[in-house]
Design a protein around this ligand. Structure first.
Ligand SMILES: NC(=O)c1ccc[n+]([C@@H]2O[C@H](COP(=O)([O-])OP(=O)(O)OC[C@H]3O[C@@H](n4cnc5c(N)ncnc54)[C@H](OP(=O)(O)O)[C@@H]3O)[C@@H](O)[C@H]2O)c1
Length: 326
């Protein structure tokens, strides 16, 4: 039995080079906890923002002058190697995946977690790499398309940024929910968007689909590259502009559109929802995986020891789908 585990510390906010490898004593799970050997963990845009301490309005949650939780990483997949006496949902040997929220520490060889956290059993049909990224793009896009708005069959949806972690999941979900999907990316990714289910893939360097006169029920701006003001003329009556990247402009638009007008701007922090809702939404996504209607798109895989390189790559803003460390 191991007595120590490897992880990555973030002791101050900054670029990828602030990440430092650390070795810690392996904890013994308390009554309601499970100890998990991590097989793969995600390296997401959100992880990079938390490492950098941006946006600054998030620092009350993350820590004001430095990260409150010292370790890096939020989404992972692995297997339970020990369970506390009160744990009934899992037992040693179970393959599981989930996210640790503000506890952090998923980019590690082991993690100790409350069994009632955002943790579910991993089906054999998903690899640990695929399962590790489910709580980033998949869970977030599913939450936006089914909870923030309730996308309906035959709705027209425009996905700005279709080739990232959120985008590749959103294109698949919107298509499988029966919507008519237009999605943007650069030319190198348009073919992938069509394969994922977009009926129209637009090279954003050639055309701005918000300015063609076509109108949509939902504009999902997965990257925060547009605004409600720019999207409004392209929204049908009762249409929604939804975006997972919160800034002052979106906050103002949410407040204003909540009290006036028929078109709405909406944001949600999917990762901060209650674990019970996460587990429900993950079960819904796993049903789609089972029916072969959804699979996360995987980009690069790095060894855990190369987490800094993985962060540098994610920081380029050019990844396709998801990046993991194993
Ligand atoms: N609110 C929440 O709950 C929540 C949860 C998770 C993440 N987030 C946030 O969601 C955002 C998106 O994350 P992500 O991981 O999906 O991003 P990502 O994977 O890093 O996005 C990369 C992709 O964006 C494409 N792209 C870059 N510029 C573009 C443009 N102008 N138009 C269209 N596509 C463009 C790139 O394609 P090309 O190379 O083809 O340009 C690349 O494939 C992040 O800000 C993250 O922090 C929010």
């Amino acid at each position: 039995m191991d007595t120590t585990f490897d992880a990555w510390a973030v002791r101050r906010y900054g670029g990828p080079n602030v990440l430092a490898p650390v070795t810690r004593a392996l904890p013994t799970p308390a009554d309601g906890q499970v100890l998990i050997r991590v097989r793969a963990s995600a390296v997401s845009r959100a992880d990079g923002m938390m490492r950098a301490g941006i946006p600054k309005w998030a620092r009350p949650f993350l820590g004001f002058s430095k990260p409150r939780a010292e370790l890096a990483g939020t989404c992972f997949s692995g297997e339970v190697i020990a369970a506390g006496r009160a744990v009934t949902r899992f037992q040693p040997g179970d393959a599981v995946f989930g996210e640790v929220g503000l506890q952090f520490g998923a980019n590690a060889s082991h993690i100790c977690l409350d069994a009632e956290a955002s943790l579910v059993k991993k089906p054999d049909t998903l690899s640990h790499e695929e399962a590790a990224v489910m709580c980033d793009g998949a869970l977030t896009s599913w939450h936006f398309l089914t909870r923030v708005v309730q996308l309906k069959p035959a709705d027209k949806v425009l996905i700005l940024g279709g080739s990232g972690s959120l985008g590749t999941a959103a294109v698949q979900f919107a298509a499988t929910l029966g919507a008519q999907v237009t999605a943007t990316s650069s030319a190198r990714n348009t073919e992938m968007l069509e394969t994922l289910g977009a009926s129209r893939a637009v090279d954003y360097r050639v055309e701005n689909p918000l300015e063609t006169g076509e109108r949509f029920n939902v504009v999902f701006d997965t990257l925060g590259i547009s605004s409600f003001k720019a999207a409004k003329p392209a929204l049908l009556e009762q249409g929604h502009y939804i975006c997972p990247v919160l800034g002052m402009g979106l906050l103002r638009d949410m407040l204003c559109t909540a009290i006036a007008g028929t078109k709405r701007a909406k944001f949600a922090a999917a990762g901060l929802e209650k674990p019970a809702l996460h587990r429900t939404e993950l079960a819904e996504i796993l049903d789609l995986v089972k029916e072969q209607r959804f699979l996360p798109v995987m980009d690069r895989t790095y060894p855990l020891s190369d987490l800094v390189d993985a962060h540098h790559y994610v920081e380029t803003g050019r990844k396709r789908g998801n990046v993991v460390v194993v």
